[in-house]
Write a protein that binds this ligand. Structure first.
Ligand code: PLP
Length: 400
């Protein structure tokens, strides 16, 4: 009998992290690699937030905290939900954890029995199916179409729901497609959910502040208040405040489930770092001007990458409305032959070819349950993005 559990053997490591680790390894060997595989803003954490953390250390806020987070942070989160999303939560309906990722994990561990199903649209974030499996559930992937802007259609949701369905997990703006669910899109899904009172909604709003042009962010509990009693809204400071390493995410939802999530957390990580929690209070309550500055910078980079990628024969992408990813179709290049005589059979082969031949790290679409694509993160400097697009174009031109 091996040491690993049957449950874990079904769980795959993150391809995003694998590609980024490989890029780091090649860099350590002296190769020049532009890393566009990581979902992480390249900006520094704003100074007033960093200073709040340093002050917290000096004030001695270095001890265990309440499992659900310090009261000041839970209050700041409740105010944020009220101010920006028109959602009203009491302090005990808020919980804080080690990133949005842990909140999703806590919610699923707290609610899934073996065999319960979790429906989510694909392409999806690499971690969704794996977190569902770790929690004992069954991931139910619902394919979305390029022609629908990668938006899940109500009829597809209806067809995916069974008596075992416990959750719809929805991420908008989406990683990896950048799709943003409009109010109308959410209303369409809400209409289906009203016919299935046992299905809950796990809204992953981590890219909330990264929406561009005319696109407008909205979240299910706001659009369909009648579903709020079965919706958990997850968010955090990682992407909007350039705070990925601080590990602060938060969630608001029905008391019974939030309490159960606290039980899961209390028996695992206990809580997120006390110092990070004080930094997050400054992020939520302090000057938010930087959010718009980051967004404007990302929008320019998005436009640059979309234009440059579409100039490369064989690659194509639409202009995404949100997040900081471009999901690029590369199917036309599969079956091509590299200068070394290797045939590119899959998007993984193409991603590896770009790593070796162009010195650019991207993530293959298969990691997001969508074959025939690569995901490019444009959370990098304009120079890096320009150089990466030039190198990708040259590498593609060498394919036969
Ligand atoms: N949800 C999605 C869709 C993400 O892309 C990510 C990070 O890549 C997360 C959640 C995790 O965010 P955090 O850093 O707050 O755990």
């Amino acid at each position: 009998m091996g040491i690993l559990s049957a449950k874990l053997s079904a769980v795959k490591p993150s391809q995003t992290k694998a590609m980024t680790a490989l890029a780091a390894e090649l860099k350590a060997q002296g190769k020049t690699i532009i890393t566009l595989s990581q979902g992480e803003p390249d900006f520094a954490t704003p100074d007033h937030i960093a200073r709040a953390a340093i002050a917290a250390i000096h004030a001695g806020h270095t001890k265990y905290t309440a499992v659900a987070g310090i009261p000041a942070l839970r209050e700041a989160v409740a105010e944020k939900f009220q101010r920006e999303n028109n959602l009203t939560f009491a302090a005990d309906q808020i919980t804080v954890g080690c990133g949005a990722k842990q909140l999703l994990f806590n919610a699923l561990v707290a609610s899934l029995d073996d065999g319960d199903e979790v429906v989510f649209p694909t392409p999806c974030w690499v971690s969704y199916p794996e977190i569902v499996k770790l929690a004992g559930g069954v991931p139910i992937a619902v394919e979305t179409r390029v022609g629908d802007g990668f938006i899940m259609q109500p009829s597809d949701l209806r067809a995916a729901i069974t008596p075992r369905t416990k959750w719809l997990m929805l991420n908008s703006p989406s990683n990896p497609t950048g799709a943003v669910y409009s109010r109308r899109n959410l209303e369409g899904l809400a209409a289906v959910l009203r016919d299935f009172p046992n299905v809950w909604v796990l809204a992953d709003d981590i890219y909330e502040h990264l929406v561009y042009g005319d696109a407008e962010f909205c979240t299910m509990a706001e659009v369909a208040p009648d579903l709020a009693s079965r919706t958990v809204t997850v968010n955090g400071v990682s992407k909007s405040c350039a705070m990925t390493g601080w590990r602060v995410g938060y969630a608001g939802g029905p008391l019974e489930l939030i309490k159960a999530m606290n039980t899961v957390q209390g028996q695992s990580t206990s809580h997120t770092c006390s110092i990070s929690q004080h930094a997050a209070v400054a992020a939520l309550n302090g000057d938010q001007g930087f959010i718009g500055e980051f967004r404007d910078a990302f929008e320019k980079r998005r436009d640059l990458v979309v234009q440059r990628i579409n100039e490369i024969p064989g690659l194509s992408c639409d202009t995404p409305d949100g997040a900081f990813y471009v999901f690029v179709g590369c199917e036309a290049l599969l079956d091509g032959t590299t200068p070394q005589g290797k045939t590119l059979a899959t998007d993984m082969d193409f991603a590896m070819y770009l790593m070796e031949e162009a010195g650019v790290a991207v993530v293959p679409g298969s990691g997001f349950l969508a074959d025939g694509f690569i995901r490019i993160s444009y959370a990098s400097s304009q120079d890096d993005l320009q150089n990466a697009c030039t190198a990708i174009g040259a590498a593609v031109a060498r394919l036969k």
